[in-house]
Design a protein around this ligand. Structure first.
Ligand SMILES: [Zn+2]
Length: 389
């Protein structure tokens, strides 16, 4: 096994890399390609074959970075995943410039510091560390690194990449570096987002009987859904949920609305058939509403008793000093897209930063966690390839 502390010349420092990434504004996908090209530089120097997967043809900056060390290797590789985009800054004033990449009191501040540029920097640096040894060895191993764009809008980058299975090579297990405060998480709920639409006929509001009020139709639909439950639960992930989250209708106060739109956000657990769930919603609402699936991501769950899962907890906790408990995430991640390609691939969500600090004003990531994340990834990569070919 290698030590992560090995000093390497001309290699970016993990924390400096994270600072630089924060300085690229990648709010909702802007400048993604530019930031990813910056990462591709040292990766290509280290021997990674890098390419960019465009996920939205209407936006030249929309991209995911696909880096492979030795694609010709047939043995199971380790997959590493993250995302480069961030949410907007929000309306409240920041005490630290959200694009400054400033470190104060051991914390890297900025939008994306926690979610998840600290994690991306640690992944990239650990991949570079591995490349040095691997390139020097006679046994060339593949290591697969995907840094996606468009995650915050609904995992667009990873969903598009997932249509091209060849981008993933032959992974045997995968790590997604979303913030988990360096605790290995065994999975998360799935998501099924539906938009329901009703249509009617507009008329002057003084003569409502001349029109057909789409808002009234939608309110009846919403009332039927008020007590709708997916009726499923999981021992760690908890109950599957359903929530009505937005209602839009009408353009002005004196016209009968001819259109109404309602969104339903459902979070599911392993074993829930999303198509069947959407059918149950349709049966509940009746024929009044047209239903569109806007996001469909399966739940992610990896058996925590798998030898690899146990090993990840042991190796991580040996570095963090934490207790190796089985935990899961509240949020969903790009791991769901990976799961659609590889239904049985063991996956772990593990990254620096407190998930509660994602998306907040004055978001930060402790610098020590970024450094520890690199050491953890180095250990996990070395462990994966040791004894495998
Ligand atoms: Zn994230």
């Amino acid at each position: 096994m290698t030590s992560g502390a090995r000093k390497v010349k001309n290699m970016p420092d993990t924390v400096e890399l994270a600072q630089d990434l924060v300085r690229f504004s990648t709010v909702l996908g802007e400048n993604e390609r530019t930031a990813l090209e910056y990462l591709a530089g040292p990766l290509e120097d280290a021997g990674f074959a890098c390419s960019f997967d465009v996920y939205d043809e209407n936006r030249p900056q929309s991209a995911s970075l696909i880096a492979r060390l030795h694609p010709e290797d047939e043995a199971p590789s380790l997959y590493l995943g993250g995302h480069i985009d961030t949410v907007p800054f929000g309306n409240a004033a920041w005490r630290h410039d959200p694009l400054g990449g400033v470190i104060e009191d051991g914390r890297l501040y900025g939008r994306g510091a926690c979610d998840m540029k600290g994690g991306v920097a640690a992944l990239v640096r650990a991949a570079l560390d591995f490349s040095l040894e691997n390139n020097a060895s006679s046994r060339k191993r593949d290591l697969v690194l995907h840094i996606y764009g468009g995650e915050e809008g609904g995992c667009f980058g990873s969903r598009v990449a997932a249509r091209r299975v060849e981008l993933f090579g032959k992974p045997g297990a995968g790590i997604v570096a979303e913030p988990s405060a360096l605790m290995p998480l065994s999975g998360h709920k799935g998501a099924l987002w539906l938009t329901l639409r009703t249509t009617g006929r507009t008329a002057h509001a003084s003569m409502p009987d001349k029109g057909d009020n789409a808002l009234l139709s939608m309110l009846r639909v919403a009332a039927r859904l008020a007590d709708f439950h997916p009726d499923a639960s999981h021992k760690l992930l908890g109950n599957a949920t359903a929530a009505l989250t937005s209602l839009h209708s009408g353009l002005n106060s004196n016209s009968i609305p001819d259109k109404a739109e309602l969104t339903l956000d459902m979070r599911t657990v392993p074993g829930v058939d999303h198509a069947g769930l959407a059918r149950r919603v349709a049966e509940t609402t009746g024929a009044d509403a047209h239903i569109e699936v806007v996001y469909d991501a399966p739940a992610v769950w990896t058996d925590p008793d798998l030898p690899w899962s146990v090993r990840v907890r042991e190796l991580t906790c040996a570095i963090t000093g934490d207790t190796p408990e089985v935990r899961c995430a509240n949020f969903f991640t790009d791991a769901a897209s990976v799961r659609t390609v590889f239904p049985d691939l063991p996956l772990c969500i593990l990254g620096p930063g407190d998930p509660a600090l994602a998306h907040v004003t004055d978001e930060f990531c402790p610098v020590e966690q970024i450094r520890a994340a690199r050491r953890i990834y180095v250990a996990l990569i070395a462990d994966w390839y040791a004894g495998r070919g």
